[in-house]
Write a protein that binds this ligand. Structure first.
Ligand SMILES: NC(=O)c1ccc[n+]([C@@H]2O[C@H](COP(=O)([O-])OP(=O)(O)OC[C@H]3O[C@@H](n4cnc5c(N)ncnc54)[C@H](OP(=O)(O)O)[C@@H]3O)[C@@H](O)[C@H]2O)c1
Length: 242
C-alpha cells in the first residue's frame, strides 16, 4: 500500500510543489486550501485515485477534524503530515489590526496544531513503519524581521511545538521536524519591496531568493525512512543567509 501524506495549502507555492513531488514518489496525497487552482485541478485529473483535494479554511478547527477523518476513511493509514498552509500580514506592530493578528494565529499556529493533532491521532490508532510530521517554519522565527513580528511569533511557536512533540511521540515511532526556509519566490513574499528583495539577495551567499524546488527535496527526505533517526530538528534552508 503506498504511503498517505497530508499536505496543507496545496493549491499553489510550496504546497503545490510538495503535492507534485509526493504524487511523483507514489504517495496518496490529501490536501486542502481555501480555494482551488488550475494546477491542482490538473493534478487531480492525472491522479484521480491518489489525490484528494478539498476547499476548507484552516482557521476552522471543525473542518480540519472532518478533513482528516475523511482522508483516513478514504485512504486508511496516514503516514506523513506536512503543515504548510500559512498567511503573512506584513506591517509594524502598532498598526497591525486585530483581524490580521487573529488570522495569522488561527491559520499558522492553531490550524497547524489542530491538523497535526488529528493526523497524529490517526497515526497512533493505525501505526505505520515510517510516520512523520513536518511543520513549516521560517527563517524569521530565529532571526526576526521588521514588519513580520506576529508572523514570526507563529513560526517560532511552531518550532517549539515540533521540538516538544518530537519528545512526546518518539517512543511511538513518529518523528516531528520543522523546516525553516528563507524568503521564497512565491505569492506569500510578493509584497516584498524591490529594495527589500535586493537586500535579501545581497546578504544571501548563494545570491538569490529560494524557490519551492529548493525546499521540497528536504521535506521529501524528512518524510521518508531515509530520515529514520532525525527528529526534533529545525532544518534551515536559506542559501546561507543566516
Ligand atoms: N514564501 C516565503 O518567503 C516563505 C518563507 C519562509 C517560510 N514560508 C512558509 O512556507 C509555507 C508555504 O508558503 P508559500 O510561500 O508557498 O505560501 P503561498 O504561496 O501563499 O501558499 C499558501 C498556501 O496555503 C493556503 N492557505 C492560506 N491560508 C489558508 C487557510 N486559511 N486555509 C487553508 N489554506 C490556506 C493557500 O491557499 P488559499 O489561499 O487558497 O487558501 C496556499 O495553498 C508557509 O508555511 C510559509 O509560512 C514561506
Amino acid at each position: 500500500m503506498p504511503p498517505t501524506s497530508i499536505i496543507s495549502g496545496g493549491s499553489r507555492g510550496l504546497g503545490l510543489a510538495l503535492v507534485e513531488r509526493f504524487l511523483a514518489r507514489g504517495d496518496r496525497v490529501a490536501t486542502f486550501s481555501r480555494s482551488g487552482s488550475a494546477a491542482l485541478a490538473a493534478l487531480a485529473t492525472l491522479h484521480p485515485d491518489r489525490l484528494h483535494a478539498e476547499t476548507i479554511d484552516a482557521a476552522d478547527a471543525c473542518s480540519l477534524c472532518r478533513f482528516v477523518e475523511q482522508v483516513s476513511r478514504k485512504f486508511g493509514q496516514i503516514d506523513h503530515c506536512i503543515a504548510n498552509a500559512a498567511v503573512a500580514h506584513e506591517g509594524v506592530l502598532p498598526t497591525m489590526r486585530d483581524d490580521e493578528i487573529d488570522s495569522m494565529l488561527s491559520v499558522n499556529l492553531r490550524g497547524s496544531i489542530v491538523l497535526v493533532r488529528e493526523a497524529v491521532r490517526q497515526m497512533l490508532l493505525n501505526p505505520s513503519a515510517s510516520s512523520s510530521v513536518v511543520v513549516l517554519s521560517s527563517i524569521v522565527a530565529a532571526r526576526g524581521s521588521p514588519g513580520l513580528s506576529v508572523y514570526a511569533a507563529t513560526k517560532a511557536g511552531l518550532e517549539g511545538f515540533a521540538k516538544s512533540l518530537a519528545r512526546e511521540l518518539g517512543s511511538r515511532g513518529i518523528r516531528v521536524n520543522a523546516v525553516a526556509p528563507g524568503f521564497l519566490d512565491t505569492d506569500l513574499s510578493a509584497s516584498l519591496s524591490a529594495e527589500n528583495r535586493s537586500r535579501i539577495i545581497r546578504r544571501t551567499p548563494l545570491g538569490r531568493l529560494g524557490e519551492p524546488a529548493d525546499i521540497v527535496g528536504a521535506i521529501d527526505f524528512l518524510s521518508s525512512a531515509r530520515a529514520a533517526f532525525i527528529t526534533g530538528q529545525v532544518l534551515t534552508i536559506d542559501g546561507g543567509a543566516s
